[in-house]
Design a protein around this ligand. Sequence first.
Ligand code: ADP
Ligand code: MG
Length: 606
Amino acid sequence: MIAKLKRPRVLVPIVLLAILAVLPFALPDSKYEQSVLIVCFLFAIMASGWNIISGLAGYISLGHSVYLGIGMYTGAILGKAWGIDPMWLIPLGAIAAALVALVIGVIVLRTKSHAFVIITIAVLLSFQLLAANLKKITGGSDGLIVPQPSWAVDLGNLPYYYIFFAILVLTIVLVAVVMNSRLGAGLVAIRNDEGKAATIGINTTVYKVTAYVLSAIPFGAAGALYGQYLGFVNPLGAFAILASVYLVLAALIGGRGTLWGPVLGGFIVAFANEFATTSSGGVSARVLIMGLILILTVMFLPAGLLPTISSRLARRRTKGSAVTFIDQAAIAEQHDEIPIGRLIARSKADVDRATPILEVRDIVKRFGGVTAVGGVSLTVERGSITGLIGPNGSGKTTLFNCMTGTFRPDSGQVLLDGADITGDKIWTRAHEGLGRTFQITRLFKSMTVLDNLVAPLERTSARQMAAGRYSGEEVERAREVLDFMGLAQFETQNAAALSFGQQKLVELAQVLMLRPGIILLDEPASGINPTLIGKLAHVIKRLNQEGTTVLIVEHNIPLVLSLCDHVHVLAGGQILISGTPEQVRNDPQVIEAYLGPDHMLEAPHA
Ligand code: ADP
Ligand code: MG
């Protein structure tokens, strides 16, 4: 802990915050400076709160100042109605913002990317309209006078300075806690690849809504205070689109997704705004300066100030020393002595061993006029390695997607352990023990290999979300699984730095963290070198010996025929034949439709 505090990235901001804490005493006659810093605090609070939903989860909200407005109006309305001490209005503002964010979040988070951005602006403008029209409560466009706290007048801005400062510190703590929790890891996973996050058991809906609500809380608290500070609220001031633009700009300049970036950005934007106002006083100068900053940021600092600085420093530090080089083919020897069974065994109560682990009945899936899967029924026996082969475009991946819930089939049923899961969410299926890998590997590229392995979740619970990112038995298990796969050396590497084949093995390791009863492998051997194929075959066999069922789609026919107990052949979205590898190998239809007349089917070289 002490060693951690000595690192410059922790030490520098803490020293700067300490300076801000004593500044009013060091400069007793600093009314103007304090008022400028109060705006800095406000922007830093907003940019940091926004960072939780938009920086970590990647859902860009352009209307987030709506929650500042809700805090301002909550403070003004309740302060007037109840006449309570203004200090109490700050938590009430936070609670009001959280409740509104819960309702709005459940609705707006059904949309993605551009639609989400636009709808968040619409929410802000709707609240502006609402505030202007609910005259009885809000005073309409004339606004409301906000009751003032009973501080001695000669204290001036000082109490505001310190309360804003305290809210900023609490906001930074909140963001730090989120970033270091399972929730934060899940949010970054969602930003990387939301569909993939769902397949490893992350309940993306709950995660996004939680992040959205948490991000609104600092806005609500700051809003209640800001209303008192201004002494007045009106619809255009409280629900200003410009505030949203500024705070987004602040986070982008500093570096979204980082802890201190939005704080730094908040100060820069507030100072720039102050400079523009005092130097010329015109709105046009403000727009010009902000526009210039935005253009410069996008052109020269696309990742934001802090990430750019830290990557420059890191590069300078590694200069001269040996560049870390990742051998694109190297995988260590597997550790067969590792008791993999213990790591992946799933304790599942009362399932009849004779029930097929996975079964689909009459699955139909169409895309417009194309029938990708046209009424497929098949079973995967418990404990088997089952193959699914067929020409390109025969519907294999689509069938996988129907099994895992990425697609809802037009008709038909999917049964896992005999239970109908056709309508279940993707993450529920993952929790139930259905794991899958992808034809084109989908690791979280901005995360390390270890982070990729601790991201999967076997269940959704508040305790899980609040738990530390590297806490619990998962981390040890992740290391053991990596060790078993011969991937331990890559633990701290970014997933993007690995070769295609290595990534495929990491993705399989990631799925193992779910303790899946059955794993669906989509073309695991395509595009990887023969050594890795041998390794992969070995891993699949070991997993199967330990009781894991495997359903494998693969074009490497010798591999499939040597591994599998049973093979289904798909052609044109229909099952052509199902049987033992021997039966399939000799079936004239298969030879005709798939293998071609001059096929060569030899045993694989391991
Ligand atoms: P396979 O994995 O066997 O190569 P796919 O399941 O990927 O085959 O594709 C089966 C058919 O469905 C193809 O004709 C493909 O073009 C079509 N298809 C697959 N996914 C989609 C999609 N998301 N949208 C439209 N058509 C699709
Ligand atoms: Mg495919």
